[in-house]
Design a protein around this ligand. Structure first.
Ligand SMILES: [Zn+2]
Length: 358
């Protein structure tokens, strides 16, 4: 070796490990994905952020069907006026695809201090339900993002998710039997100092907008406390806590929450990297909580034919040391058919109150 030592970002070792490996392009049972974002089909949402052009909905739906997805939740219903979106436009755009899309709305929590906040939340949710929206999505923007002077969302300290002023959302959701899918925190490493001990150092260097480990912001631990307050003080509201209950790095914690709060479900969206690096713990977790875990991917209209197979491989095979985009290798947990069915669609049918179509 006579070259200079490599920099970290140049180092991409190729494992010499020779083990069984499977390509799983479709799930063993057609899946319902409970975590998708389709705002790009009817607004400028995500286009700039992801450096993409507006996709053609026919092609998008065809791609998802090729990937074995039978139905998918579109979390991007928002509210009338957000980024030029109207709920009518959402429904109108997606109508040609029958019941393929299951649409959720959101709530404008930035209006929390306006005098008619409660009344307008109620009206918004009641009318959304009447229009056919099935659930409510709350983004991490509620508490850990704020608008900067240029009108861009940046990490900041916003309203606590357990703030009593937001109670109207959870109460109305319960009254209307609309489940709430909520994104509360990001990977715990995003809340730690960005230094040589940070396991997501490279990601955080590239994405300073993901750094929450700054003075004045909520700590990860505070967010977990708020999450528990939310679950315990709203027992009649069904929550799907996105991204493996916010804390896939600590499934012991998530399991305890699932034990304590029967109104809590989780999705596994965008956390296969975390789940797949702890196959023993994870397999036990999936066994114990097989009725509480929903399949979700954080799907966008692009490149899902590449992203889904990692989920399927993780859930269905015993493959070892494969990679998505982390520094660490992933391992399959080889789930049996009856559990796979629950995770791929049965739990979603129950929580979203869809007719079982078996
Ligand atoms: Zn998402």
């Amino acid at each position: 070796m006579n070259e200079r030592p490599l920099y970290l970002h140049e180092y991409h070792p190729k494992p010499e490990l020779v083990v069984e490996s499977h390509q799983v392009l479709t799930p063993k049972f057609p899946a319902i994905d409970v975590h998708g974002h389709f705002g790009a089909l009817y607004s400028d949402l995500w286009l700039e952020e992801m450096n993409q052009k507006r996709p053609n909905p026919d092609d998008v739906v065809a791609m998802f069907k090729r990937c074995g997805i039978k139905r998918i939740v579109n979390l991007d219903g928002f509210w009338d006026g957000f980024m030029g979106i109207t709920r009518e436009k959402v429904l109108e755009t997606l109508k040609p695809y029958g019941d393929f899309f299951i649409n959720f709305v959101s709530v404008n929590t930035n209006a929390v201090n306006e005098p008619d906040f409660e009344k307008s939340v109620r009206e918004h949710l009641v009318s959304s339900k009447a229009m056919g929206f099935k659930g409510i999505k709350l983004f991490k923007h509620v508490s850990i993002m704020v608008l900067d002077r240029e009108g861009k969302f940046v990490p900041g300290r916003n309203i606590r998710i357990d703030d009593p002023r937001l109670k109207v959302i959870w109460d109305t959701a319960a009254e209307l039997s609309m489940p709430v899918l909520i994104h509360i925190a990001d990977p715990v490493a995003f809340f730690r100092p960005v230094d040589r001990h940070n396991e997501r150092y490279e990601e955080l260097l590239h994405h300073p907008e993901w750094q929450f480990g700054k003075p004045g912001l909520y700590t990860f631990e505070e967010l977990m406390e708020m999450q528990e307050n939310l679950l315990s003080s709203n027992p009649n509201t069904t929550f799907i806590v996105a991204h493996a209950g916010s804390y896939p790095e600590n499934l012991g914690f998530v399991g305890k929450c699932l034990d304590k709060y029967p109104n809590m479900y989780i999705d596994i969206a965008e956390r296969i990297n975390e789940l797949g690096r702890q196959p023993y713990t994870c397999r036990k977790f999936f066994y114990k909580y097989q009725d509480r875990i929903l399949f979700g991917s954080d799907a966008f209209p692009w490149s899902m034919d590449w992203r889904y197979p990692v989920y399927y491989r993780f859930l269905e095979t015993w493959d070892e040391y494969f990679f998505q985009y982390s520094r660490w290798g992933l391992y399959g947990i080889g789930l049996e058919d009856d559990i796979l069915k629950k995770i791929y669609y049965k739990n979603a049918e129950k929580v979203l109150m869809l007719e079982g179509d078996e």
